[in-house]
Design a protein around this ligand. Sequence first.
Ligand code: G1P
Ligand code: ZN
Length: 557
Amino acid sequence: MVNILTVSTQPFEGQKPGTSGLRKRVKVFQQENYTENFIQAMLEAIPQADGGPKNATIVVGGDGRYYSDEVLQVIVKASLGQGVSKLIVGLNGIVSTPAASNIIRQRKATGGILLTASHNPGGPDYDFGIKYNCSNGGPAPESVTDKIYEISKTIKELKLGDAPKIDFSKLGTQQVGDLTIEVIDGVNDYVDLMKTIFDFDAIKEFFNNNKDFKMLFDGMNGVTGPYGRRLFVEEFGLDDSSVMRCVPLPDFGGAHPDPNLTYAHDLVETVDKKGLDFGAASDGDGDRNMIIGKKAFVTPSDSVAIIAHYAKDAIPYFKKHGVNGLARSMPTSQAIDLVAQKMNVEYFEVPTGWKFFGNLMDAGRCSICGEESFGTGSDHIREKDGLWAVLAWLSILAHVNKEKPAGVQDILQAHYQIYGRNFFSRYDYEEVDGKTAEDMVNRLRHQIEKKELIDKTINGFTIAKADDFEYLDPIDGSVSKKQGVRIIFKDGSRIIIRLSGTGSQGATVRLYVEKYSNDAKEYTHETQTALKPLIDVALELSELEKYTGRKEPTVIT
Ligand code: G1P
Ligand code: ZN
């Protein structure tokens, strides 16, 4: 027996889950009862459709970042308080986000709690995050996150089991009162799943037949290190030097575990210096990915389009199940739409955040999807999946090289020859003042409402349409409003401006620009040069510098 203690508490402001769970500085979570409040609200909000918290089976995992150990103990206590019957926890609380999504589905669990702030830096002075996933393995939809927030605003009493400190460093099952805790290895199930999707022998054969082909995977000191080592070194037999930063560290070694050209700089430099053929990285919790090649950077928008193009030929999972629809987040370039049109399948444009793909996938209407923010995935799970994308690219390389030698740049150029090229870039202005950022967006919203922007021409670009993106979910009919200011020009170019929903400090302005070209002479042009005129238009229209005081973005991707 374990006593359930009743502890009085008070609501905290701002426990509103953002694009992907609640992310705050560690110090915020460390406030007395802050984490307890949120976890209890999360458990109470488990949808009745999934059976509610009582007798629930919950998968718990995370990227192992600083403060995870303490929060794991809170989850045990709160679970006892809510009558949860089983927790399935990764060894030391570590499971990548995609692997957790898989475990929820495989074990038919009620849901999952993921302890991660994804690619945000970790450590005592940085970020922690908690997010809830439902029984389909995907991030909770807004109906659930809204309920969590509502509960958090009125919570007065905590029910916490008086449990001893649980040791999560040993595999196996333990019993605490009525709660069963099973500690599992988070890597095995995931690797098994990948073997059902990809042709591991074909990839191995490709490496064996092309001994000069060199790759490097960067785990960025995050959760995917052990997964990456297992796949590339143990399964494919590559040299130890084909992986780097593959030991998960609670502070990611002080690095920013976000796979892009800025933060995965070491990888980019090594690939360049050593003339490697393929480089890949994933983020802190393993759902994001970056793909590069010899003198080649694959934008995530192109990556998902290219994967979709080759899927049925290069990846057994899609040979078997077909490609039943494609999707992208609104700011992501329209490259994948062109592939969908050619394949004659449905395609969707959803708001930013992976949670919006789940309904489409559950309904069998979306097989492959992606976001410009280095998120790529498919309906094998309900999260984006970094290593899946890397394996997809290796499968494409293996497939294409059966015909003739081709590297990443050749695959890109071949794609542009068929579809044209969607130049795309995102400018991030981090930690700007929240109020002025809101004012800047509101000014644009106001101009849109008054229809002041239509037919305006700047730098030769004429505005055809402007709106604040609104999404009607075709499956459950829910409507998500104010998902980003979108300005579309007569030539199909687009500018999008929205505020980040994952930051933990101040506001982050995201500015996205896209320009399409079907002039073959332009396919090798450098992205920033190709987009410069459009970026100037975006800066002029938004008056970004005036509002934020920033001359340069913090990060360009
Ligand atoms: C960002 C990305 C978004 C992604 C999310 C979680 O959200 O833009 O595409 O789904 O991280 O990885 P944002 O900070 O823009 O709200
Ligand atoms: Zn992530």
